[in-house]
Design a protein around this ligand. Structure first.
Ligand SMILES: Cc1cc2nc3c(=O)[nH]c(=O)nc-3n(C[C@H](O)[C@H](O)[C@H](O)COP(=O)(O)O)c2cc1C
Length: 433
């Protein structure tokens, strides 16, 4: 009997595999994709980039309206907003947008109207920074446990205090309220930011979460926070509204969230009904999301994307659509990744800051490569201190928002100057490992 069962399983696997290989061969960059009866016009997903273009009350500005109109016209299928904060007391950066009951909802409507032009989907990335909030913004940050950031970041970020149960439940409500408001103001989907070391990711990590109650300890307990957020959002958003999550494939940190645990969490979320899992990795202490890992495999260099190997493993165990983000630059590598079946969407961020019509260019030319040099002052220490690899791209977003062209030749020293002018001596405290 056992022999017959395993024969049946092998035949089923062979049929499914050959069917999916045949389907994948037909996929193109401009193939559409259905998520809960919402048709996405192609496979391009503009990954979240924090724009820092909120006004004094943390509402969206005209700059954001301009920027997202440009991206919609550039042909992207799903545009994910920069991280929008769910808690006014928990900002990751000074000019973050906040979506809560005090927000100017008409300003948000103007933003979503421009961003959804041309049939683009516009999803709100909802976030709470937890302990990853600079000390000049938050005196007493919150986290699952009172564990400071390491890797020399303790000067720029205050030691957090551990959340109590009442506060945890309140935070789940805040994520839900922001999601409900996002639907009301015209976003066509939401994304939970569960990656890069922010609060959701802190709960998942055995290093950052050392609680001994139902929110910490076992993996089942550590994933309770994100699962409760998802379930509560689904209840208010209904079955037809896309909910996505950006998650780390791993934290790339000793004692952190591992690949095996990440796969378990993604499996649980997929079974719970998640609509799209965007794969990234790392945090402020170990910024793997920007491709900054010590060892990079030769095959990864060739295939461009940092997390494709992980996606291949994940694909074997979940049904939920996948988006791999980080590193994609050429039409050829993007098409190969789709055809391999490891990913359904091509996530990218920095190419959109310099070439806002990246999807149109890539779909039109099989040899297209979005090539640019990463900004540098010439000193690695200075680059890290001023987070040049992030802030320089933010400057590009500000140029686009002001109706100008992006400038690939912009000096990295202008970033140093901008930061020193903006936050004074605080700029000289290391913000990323
Ligand atoms: C300026 C900038 C801001 C970013 N802000 C966010 C953010 O708010 N949320 C997020 O999930 N990722 C953020 N990221 C990371 C990107 O979404 C993406 O994961 C990373 O840049 C790797 O993709 P790429 O190689 O295509 O740039 C940011 C990246 C940059 C350059």
């Amino acid at each position: 009997m056992v022999g017959l069962d395993s024969l049946r399983t092998s035949v089923k696997f062979a049929l499914t595999f050959s069917f999916s290989v045949e389907c994948n061969m037909k996929i193109q960059l401009d193939s559409d994709f259905d998520i809960r009866n919402n048709t996405i016009r192609n496979r391009f997903l503009k990954s979240s980039m924090s724009e820092q273009l909120g006004d004094k009350e943390n509402n969206p500005t005209q700059g954001l309206v301009n920027l997202y109109r440009i991206w919609a016209q550039g042909g992207v299928g799903i545009s994910i907003s920069g991280n929008i904060m769910v808690d006014r007391k928990g900002l990751g950066e000074p000019k973050n947008v906040v979506l809560d009951e005090e927000s100017d909802l008409d300003a948000f409507r103007r933003w979503t109207k421009a961003a959804t032009a041309e049939g683009t989907h516009f999803w709100a990335q909802l976030n709470h920074p937890g302990k990853q909030t600079p000390s000049y913004l938050t005196k007493s940050p919150v986290a699952p446990s009172a564990i400071p950031l390491g890797a020399g970041l303790d000067k720029a970020f205050n030691i957090p205090r551990a959340l109590n149960e009442e506060e945890i439940l309140k935070l789940i409500k805040m994520f839900t309220t922001s999601a409900k408001l996002a639907k009301d103001v015209g976003f066509t989907g939401v994304q939970i930011h569960g990656a890069h070391g922010y609060l959701v990711s802190q709960f998942l990590s055995p290093h950052h979460n050392q609680r001994e109650d139902q929110w910490g300890g076992s993996l089942e307990n550590r994933m309770r926070f994100v699962l409760e957020i998802y379930t509560s959002m689904r209840e208010v958003l209904g079955k037809a509204f896309p909910i996505s999550i950006k998650l780390n494939s791993a934290d790339f940190q000793k004692g952190g969230f591992s690949e095996e645990e990440s796969i378990e969490v993604m499996k649980t979320l997929s079974e719970a009904g998640m609509d799209l899992i965007e794969i990234s990795g790392g945090n402020y202490e170990a910024p793997a999301m920007m491709g900054e890992t010590k060892k990079v495999r030769e095959s990864t260099k060739k295939r461009e994307a940092y997390f494709l190997h992980f996606a291949e493993k994940l694909r074997q165990v979940i049904d939920c659509p996948i988006c791999v983000t980080g590193g994609f630059r050429s039409s050829a590598a993007m098409l190969d990744a789709l055809k391999s079946g490891a990913t359904d969407f091509i996530g990218a961020a920095r190419p959109y800051a310099l070439f806002p019509d990246f999807p149109i260019l890539a779909m039109a030319d099989p040899d297209y490569v979005s090539s640019f040099s990463l900004p540098s002052t010439g000193s690695k220490i200075t680059d890290r201190l001023f987070a040049i690899n992030i802030v320089w791209f933010e400057q590009q977003l500000h140029l686009l928002a002001a109706g100008k062209n992006a400038d690939a030749n912009l000096s990295a020293w202008s970033t140093v100057w901008l930061m020193t002018k903006g936050v004074g001596l605080q700029a000289f405290r290391k913000r990323r490992s």
